[in-house]
Design a protein around this ligand. Structure first.
Ligand code: SF4
Length: 660
């Protein structure tokens, strides 16, 4: 028997799904099933030496590589190869570059690269490696390392439309990971594969060759039964377009049935079909009504049509987007929108206007902004695209490496022909400020009121407020100036990692650790949000000073509005046992949550929240900083801004209403 070891390292507790699919498909061949001994795969990130120490007399070492694990796995391979020179090292996954000219001069311990979809070439490799004199060059879809020289074979065929892969769940490959002791493990699950689009910043559409294929329906239904009976709390559907097929609604119904029958799965995380449709809506509604949804993506990447065209992103137009949003809003289904900072043709103006356009069409809850990264196989990484849009990039550490781990790297865009570096810094800061102030609700209701009453449009409010915060020396704004400096330092400091930027800043971490010393997943906006929570009175006083400069005086109605805005934010001293009762002179609750006209009178409401977050999972506790952190802002992964930050409308009681 030949022994196979498999690396699929991740700092998030996912099941080793790539291993499962590849093994399931490979073992359909009796020669593989009877001649290979599969060792337990490695999927938890651990120091190189620890993993190397557990690999004993391997015949084959495989690794599924992405941006978060490639270098770590390459170091493991190097040490294993030194110990066991006869071991064949096979690397596959999205991070394996199509362009392999210089790959082996850097990673000479890798023997074989598999490109694109792995099942067919991997199975053929395993069969060929059973021969005394294997002829690997006859296998399509791979590159061989011949003394540092790459020998690349023609592109491999793809699996057919009905994906012929037996279920790794039903075969029991993940039983150990999903045993009760590992209840935090997230089940990755694929129901279809491929993407019909080809956005230039993404390696997914290219990788999957754009053809959509599906797993067998009966098999996927049996997998749901398995996940229910194995008490899987969270499922991450890895399809990039769930909801593109009508049958996906049937699968969603089965997930709900399973939750009702077994109590599991509790939550499902989905990347929905990009051009959202009726099926996506029905699925979202069903899962939302059963408290299983993390939120529905209403995908944008940019609001500017020229930008979307430059990156070959399909779009439906902003008016259709608004119709979609209204539909979700009416059904009270949470949505989130992703934007990418640094795309070709984006300018400072178009980026900021874009965010304010999202507010205009009613998107207030969750706007996520990511920096543009150039992935090895994404079309935008090609030389001609870099040149065409003058992409200015730097290679940065991805995250802080724990002791004994390799440093992973990522290439980020810091400027383009239309967005010089200084504008990039401002847009980055603007995006973080928006996530703290508007998504995080410190000024959301005030901004909506000012915009709707034609007192100050969103753009004027947020752009000028941010400038005011950066120039006024008020202590309550210090965190915004600090984050601006952090963004600039990030560009200059070659050692500051992208993901754990804040962990490298002792002053910021001293503050954040007082809320949770263990948490690592901090974003700039989370620091801004928590900082404001400690100076909330001074913050609103200064916001009023800012408004006065624009002729918006602190009269009776503005004072009452700001009071409501302040009260609705969840604060550390909020007592979930007694709740909070407050009286206003205007019907703010009706205005914001029931679409009613503003009316003066006496309006007493009580905030009664005891838990926050999706499926009400985070308990509040008066003056308990750890509980406050999780309940007010959510955990670091998988994060959502849904049902956080402020007292929720469904937990607000109208006590006394006396319109004048
Ligand atoms: S970004 Fe999404 S829609 Fe675009 S190619 Fe990638 S997976 Fe497909």
């Amino acid at each position: 028997m030949k022994s196979i070891y498999f690396l699929s390292l991740n700092s998030i507790q996912f099941v080793p799904y790539a291993y499962g699919l590849l093994r399931s498909y490979a073992e359909k061949d009796a020669r593989i099933a009877t001649n290979y001994l599969w060792k337990e795969p490695f999927c938890r990130m651990a120091p190189v030496e620890v993993i190397v120490g557990q690999i004993v007399e391997p015949d084959i070492l495989c690794a599924s590589c992405y941006v978060w694990n490639h270098n770590q796995q390459a170091q493991i391979a190097q040490k294993v190869k030194k110990k066991y020179p006869q071991c064949k090292v096979i690397f596959g996954g999205p991070h394996v570059p199509e362009e392999t000219t210089s790959y082996f001069s850097e990673y000479n311990d890798v023997d074989i690269l598999i490109h694109g979809e792995g099942e067919i070439p991997f199975r053929r490799l395993l069969i060929e490696l059973l021969e005394d004199s294997p002829n690997l060059q006859k296998i399509d879809g791979i590159t061989l390392n011949q003394n540092y020289t790459p020998i690349k074979t023609p592109r491999s065929a793809q699996l057919p439309r009905n994906l012929p892969i037996p279920s790794p769940y039903l075969k029991g490959f993940f039983d150990r990971f999903l045993s009760e002791g590992n209840s935090n493990t997230i089940a990755l699950w694929e129901t279809n594969r491929g993407c019909p689009y080809s956005c230039s910043f993404c390696d997914w559409g290219v990788r999957a060759m754009n053809k959509m294929r599906r797993h067998d329906l009966d098999k996927t239904i049996q997998e749901i039964e398995y996940m229910g009976t194995h008490k899987v709390e969270d499922i991450y559907i890895s399809d990039c377009n769930f909801g593109i097929f009508k049958r996906d609604l049937e699968l969603a119904k089965k997930l709900v049935e399973s939750k009702k029958k077994y109590g599991y799965p509790k939550r499902v995380r989905i990347q929905f079909a990009k051009n959202s449709n009726d099926t996506v809506f029905e699925i979202s509604k069903l899962l939302h009504d059963n408290d299983m949804l993390w939120g529905t993506t209403l995908s944008m990447q940019s609001v500017d049509m020229n930008v979307l065209e430059a990156v070959a992103r399909q779009h439906i137009g902003i008016s259709n987007y608004k119709k979609l949003k209204d539909r979700y809003l009416e059904a009270r289904i949470p949505t989130y929108t992703e934007l990418i900072l640094g795309l070709p043709l984006e300018t400072r103006d178009s980026f900021i206007n874009g965010i304010c356009t999202l507010f205009d069409i009613g998107i207030h809850d969750d706007i996520r902004v990511f920096e543009l990264a150039l992935l090895p196989n994404a079309p935008i990484s090609r030389r001609e695209q870099r040149k065409k849009y003058s992409l200015q990039t730097k290679i940065k550490p991805l995250r802080l490496a724990d002791s004994g781990n390799a440093l992973e790297k990522i290439e980020l865009v810091f400027g383009t022909s239309t967005m010089p570096y200084d504008d990039w810094v401002y847009c980055f800061l603007f995006a973080e400020a928006i996530q703290a102030l508007h998504n995080g609700a410190y000024t959301r209701f005030l901004a909506i009121y000012l915009n709707d009453q034609h007192l100050l449009p969103y753009r004027a409010f947020y752009d000028n407020l941010l400038q005011f915060m950066l120039t006024k020396k008020a202590g309550c704004f210090a965190s915004f100036r600090r984050i601006k400096k952090l963004i600039q330092d990030f560009y200059d400091d070659p050692n500051m990692p992208q993901i754990n930027r804040l962990l490298t800043q002792p002053d910021i971490m001293e503050f954040l650790r007082s809320y949770n010393p263990q948490r690592k997943g901090w974003q700039p906006w989370t620091y801004l949000w928590l900082s404001l929570s400690e100076s909330i009175d001074a913050f609103y006083e200064n916001v009023c000073i800012f408004l006065n400069q624009y002729g918006i005086v602190s009269d009776k109605i503005l004072t009452d509005m700001v009071q409501y805005q302040k009260d609705i934010i969840i604060q550390l001293n909020y007592d979930p046992i007694s709740g909070k009762k407050v009286t206003y002179q205007w019907n703010w609750f009706d205005y914001f949550f029931e679409n009613k006209k503003l009316q003066e009178g006496i309006y007493t409401i009580r905030y009664t929240d005891t838990h926050t977050g999706p499926s009400h999972r985070y308990p509040l506790g008066k003056n308990n900083k750890k509980k406050f952190l999780d309940a007010a802002m959510g955990i670091s992964y998988p994060y959502t801004k849904f049902r956080h930050f402020f007292h929720q409308p469904d937990m607000t009681e109208k006590i006394q209403y006396l319109p004048s």
